[in-house]
Design a protein around this ligand. Structure first.
Ligand code: PDD
Length: 310
């Protein structure tokens, strides 16, 4: 413990002596209060911590504005409903908190992370606590990511490996049970790749934190919606925009073999928008650079979403 305290103190001091400004401390939101991140407190009995009994949303910020806030709010309500969890406040209040955090933390490009858990009744028990006496925990924080819209990663494209999908059967609920997706990301990194696509009964479900697509000619192919995948907010927008741009969209499952032979592949998520895929299990896609359809969809998505950002 002594060693831990000493190293941490040294780390803080070192950080503070960097540059002219002291280290920026984020303002975060915890259960009704805006506080500096190092003063935010959650009970050790919180069910999010003990049981991954919580849901989350990630909303992107471009030019200081929220992208598709409504889509995320609607999915959040659905996730909570599916788990018999209550909303701790109204959607309007949530919007206000998002905006206030973006403002005080001066986020130009980045993300707002929101998490709601079933709270803490001061002990550990598998049975849910009484919602009348145990209120949900609400936490929000921002992540500043300058250059996110024009990231080097998106210009280079992602290298993907495939892994077995061994997650639970309700992936349509955006829960904080992210251990297996984290492990998948690490399996990819270990072999010099960027991400993993998960495969169940021979067919790709989705990426560790994104939806998966292949392109054949003018046709965009992505798995249909069910309990097997998260109903991506970026997915809905991109498919709508693709149809508006006269591209063909086919919602059906595909295999890794089919993906390797496709013209292009890409993923979508609030944190990476449209991300071209340039390699799948060691096989190069096209000439190994981002494909034209993925690039075009990324541009359309960024342009159109910005117009509607709030
Ligand atoms: N992840 N599938 C999974 C498993 C995801 O975790 C995500 C999002 C998506 C894409 O959904 P959306 O387009 O609504 O972001 C699909 C977020 C970004 C995350 O965990 O950070």
């Amino acid at each position: 413990i002594r060693h831990f305290i000493l190293t941490n103190t040294a780390f803080t001091r070192r950080n503070q002596s960097f540059g002219d400004k002291p280290t920026m401390t984020r303002t975060v939101f915890v259960n009704g209060a805006y506080v500096p991140e190092n003063e935010a407190k959650i009970s050790i009995f919180d069910r999010g911590f003990l049981m991954a009994d919580g849901v989350y949303e990630v909303t992107s910020v471009l030019q200081g504005k929220l992208i598709d806030f409504e889509g995320h709010a609607v999915r959040l309500e659905r996730s909570l409903n599916e788990l018999d969890m209550g909303m701790p406040c109204t959607i309007d209040e949530l919007l206000e908190i998002h905006r206030e955090l973006v403002r005080v933390n001066e986020i130009d490009e980045g993300l707002v992370y929101l998490q709601i858990t079933r709270g803490s009744d001061g002990d550990r028990d598998f049975a849910f606590p009484d919602p009348e006496t145990t209120k949900p925990t609400l936490v929000l924080f921002t992540q500043s990511k300058p250059g996110m819209a024009n990231s080097a990663a998106s210009q280079k494209g992602a290298k993907i490996i495939s892994i077995e999908d061994i997650r639970w059967g309700r992936r349509d609920i955006k829960t904080v049970q992210l251990l297996y997706p984290s492990m998948g990301k690490m399996m990819a990194k270990k072999v010099g790749c960027d991400d993993a696509w998960m495969v169940e009964e021979g067919f790709v479900t989705e990426g560790t934190s994104n939806n998966a697509y292949i392109v054949k000619g003018n046709k965009i192919i992505t798995r249909g919606l069910s309990n097997d995948i998260l109903h991506g907010i970026t997915r809905a927008a991109v498919l709508r925009m693709a149809k508006e741009a006269q591209m063909e969209v086919e919602e059906r499952s595909f295999t890794i073999e089919e993906a390797k032979e496709a013209d292009e592949a890409f993923t979508t998520s609030a944190s990476a928008f449209v991300m071209p895929v340039v390699e799948i299990n060691g096989a190069t896609m096209g000439d190994g650079t981002p494909g034209p359809i993925a690039k075009r969809l990324r541009e359309i998505y960024l342009d159109e979403s910005l117009k509607k950002a709030i």
